[in-house]
Design a protein around this ligand. Structure first.
Ligand SMILES: C[S@@+](CC[C@H](N)C(=O)[O-])C[C@H]1O[C@@H](n2cnc3c(N)ncnc32)[C@H](O)[C@@H]1O
Length: 427
């Protein structure tokens, strides 16, 4: 069973009405310059960093207004083009369409804030956008893809991609508990609430604090990690004393979690072809007080691992809400780029699991070709593996779809993740 969807449609525009747009006064050209860079393909986050770094005298409200302007024109560009009646409208017009058409700022005030001069503000189309791609401001190919994946839920899913996700922390259970961490954070001025799905998750309440200035982070009491991502690590069910391999370890988000579950005992091996990510993993391990992580620069020929996690490289469509402009920087071929590689990595992982051991295959994407189809092809080639219920005894049925873990922002408030738990038959 999955959580019932609300009968009141989710409105991703409502947060736009709450932003301090009047603080943009005099900053229209600055915003327009940054927006032009984002529309030309530069990552919004980086453009904003550069823009703010060069203007240290701006107030907090001005910085926030600039951020919202740059991110939201980057995000809503297709819908704004529809409102203006042309997809190639100049940044100042897009900014006006954002503030007036989507955020409800009166037309004359919006035009002045955007720096459009004294002429009459351009008229905006009043009809509702006729397609999912225009409503949710997605490239056509991506809207079509989500329509195929989600059917009648596609609009709701896409609406949830258009608001930033929460900031979520994972308690490092080697050092603390979720409850003790919440108390500690409160003493540092940060309010949190527990996540509903992962027993390790705390969501930050209110505006984003400077996490990197917190003593609790420096002491390794938590990591920033989406609640859905925490579920992937939990599905491994790593235990103290075992041999566990994190086969696509990256900078170690899940490795650290596995190490805490293993109470820093046994053998925890982390492999990734990217050496820089592995270096970061080692630094993070020491902050988390993990002493037994062993980084592998190449994969062993054999290993009787109790558990192997394949947190596979993928098209990452499940985390699009984390980057407002990311959807416009990917191409349709991303949908077909990964399955062969994923299959190959999964097969390699399977060879390193002992009989009776567990293999977890996971992605952060919404694409059956990278998810269910990869697992089906794997099972057809390896009859000694079987699919088991993810998280038996602790994971809510609401996080399951057809025997797999599947969570998504419109149903769970997490980024979208998929996982299959596979067990190798004993003997
Ligand atoms: C989804 S990311 C892993 C994230 C990481 N597990 C975490 O929790 O932070 C996928 C990783 O797979 C790695 N990768 C790419 N090709 C690979 C391969 N052939 N074998 C193993 N890992 C690979 C990438 O370098 C990337 O770090």
């Amino acid at each position: 069973m999955v959580p019932a969807l609300s009968t009141v449609p989710f409105d991703p525009l409502s947060r736009l009405h709450l932003q301090p747009w009047s603080a943009l006064a005099g900053l229209g050209p600055v915003a327009a310059d940054a927006i032009a860079q984002v529309l030309a393909g530069s990552a919004a986050e980086r453009v904003l960093d550069r823009t703010l770094r060069d203007r240290r005298s701006l107030t907090r409200e001005q910085r926030l207004a600039l951020k919202e302007a740059v991110f939201n024109v980057g995000l809503w560009r297709r819908r704004l083009g529809f409102l203006l009646g042309r997809e190639d409208a100049a940044p100042l017009f897009l900014l006006h369409a954002l503030m007036h058409g989507l955020a409800g700022v009166p037309a004359v005030e919006s035009a002045a804030l955007a720096g459009l001069g004294d002429g009459a503000p351009p008229p905006l189309v009043s009809a509702p956008p006729p397609t999912l791609a225009l409503r949710a401001s997605l490239p056509d190919w991506l809207a079509d893809h989500f329509a195929r994946e989600f059917g009648p839920e596609a609009d709701d899913f896409c609406a949830h991609l258009n608001v930033p996700g929460p900031i979520t922390l994972r308690a490092n259970v080697l050092r603390t508990s979720r409850e003790a961490l919440a108390e500690r954070l409160r003493s540092e001025g940060v309010e949190t609430r527990p996540g509903p799905w992962s027993p390790l998750a705390l969501h930050i309440e209110g505006p984003r604090p400077n996490l990197y200035g917190l003593r609790s982070l420096q002491e390794g009491l938590f990591e920033v990690q989406d609640e859905g991502s925490q579920l992937l690590g939990l599905l491994v069910e790593a235990r103290p004393g075992e041999t566990v391999l994190d086969l696509c370890a990256g900078a170690g988000g899940k490795t650290l979690q596995l190490g805490a579950d293993m109470k820093d005992s046994g053998r925890l091996l982390a492999y990734d072809p990217d050496p820089e990510r592995l270096d970061r993993l080692l630094q993070r391990s020491s902050r988390a007080h993990l002493t037994r992580v062993q980084v592998l620069r190449s994969l062993p020929e054999s290993l009787d691992a109790d558990r192997v996690l394949v947190d596979a490289p993928c098209s990452e469509l499940g985390s699009l809400r984390r980057g407002p402009d990311q959807r416009f920087r990917i191409q349709p071929e991303v949908l077909t780029r990964f399955p062969a590689l994923q299959q190959d990595i999964l097969q390699r992982g399977a060879r390193l699991v002992r009989p009776g051991g567990r293999l977890v295959y996971a992605t952060c994407t919404v694409n059956r070709a990278e998810n269910e189809d990869v697992v089906a092809a794997f099972l057809a080639s390896r009859p000694d593996f079987r699919l088991v219920r993810p998280g038996a005894g602790w994971l809510s049925d609401a996080c399951l779809r057809d025997g797999f873990l599947f969570v998504a922002p419109h149903r769970h408030g997490t980024d979208a993740f998929f996982a299959a738990v596979l067990e190798r038959t004993a003997g």
